[in-house]
Design a protein around this ligand. Sequence first.
Ligand SMILES: [Zn+2]
Length: 288
Amino acid sequence: MIHIRNDFNNPPEKLLSENCQKLIERSLIEKKKQSSSNNYYGDPNVVNQLRKLSQDKCSYCEVLSHGGFHVDHYRPLSSVKMIPTHKGYYWLSCEWSNLIFSCNACNIKKSNQFPIENEFLRVNEPSGDWRADSAQYKMEMPLIIHPQMDHPSEHMTFLPNGMVRDLTKKGQYTIDVCGLNRKDLINKRLKAINEIINLLYSQIKMFIEKEYDGKQLRTALCVVFSLLDRRSSSENEFSRLHWIFQAEFEIFIKDFIPETKALQLVIDAFRWFSVKKSKKIQLKSMFE
Ligand SMILES: [Zn+2]
């Protein structure tokens, strides 16, 4: 999960159209969501704009879209789970700041759950400012990370076993509500980690078998480090996992590369690569 920039002041035209406004008015009169609201928030232009913002990935789990993605309503439109007296945030069906690009699995798991810290301040009626960053909605203190408002890195981190671990209560609820430790996701993350580990290991093997000298080994390892670095770029699947892999490099590799000498060679080469990379970044910023 990564932070996604969105300008809440600039919703897609379709959500501002007269027909969409009429539909919302009907929602307010009938005090329930309108099934035809899908024609507006599900409009291809709206979906594409959301898809572009999230770089074609699920905003919750960072899986790349392979079709079948949904527009998730951050605040659910139907009765909120565990709160039978709440009719749902039906008035937010076409509110731009309430729409999140999500994979099927996260969308289905999240369903109509919306835990908040301040239950006594839950918004029950469509009054005031409807934007997710308005005072009344912030005061609810949602326990689900809003990818376009929060910084997920403050709430959760990744482990070498492919699991995501909470750093805060909000992180803990988000992992649970969206099912971010579901088996298929853990397996996909593990596959991504193992790909890098296997590449590193095959270079070390070349060194052990004397196919590489020390300098050749470092060059070969740096090619793998560059790949890891590119994968941490936001447009890639599991970019945050790859970012954490780099930030906690020694922790990620130590159980997979057991030989002390081989492990030390990789760690030294990674430190060398990191220094070189940060110098390159410094130099680049001096000329920009
Ligand atoms: Zn997802």
